[in-house]
Design a protein around this ligand. Sequence first.
Ligand SMILES: [Zn+2]
Length: 119
Amino acid sequence: MASKRSYSGSCQCGNITFSAELVLGELVACNCSRCRRVGHLLAYLPESDFQVTIGEAGMSEYRFNTGRIAHRFCPVCGIQPYAAGTAPDGTPSIAVNARCLDGVDLDALPIKRCDGASY
Ligand SMILES: [Zn+2]
């Protein structure tokens, strides 16, 4: 199995920066009411492997539907770098927006469609 790599990332304006340790493989494109509008490509990792390095206090948060997922975005530039929630096994988890990661060739990664609209 591939080993985890450390990635840095940010919103557009740099108000929020973060680091994430993960194996970047298949990305998820979801068609729920939010994801289809935002257009992010998601990668999942445990919250313990994710750290906001700048901007934790200045972030905005949006919750919808069950309210279990905290969608965190920059109030300055409007970009959503990640969402925080809980994995099915109860582990606090992060869905990072791979489009916000530095130095990643998104076109080289496979994309899996997730039918979030039907949940
Ligand atoms: Zn920003």
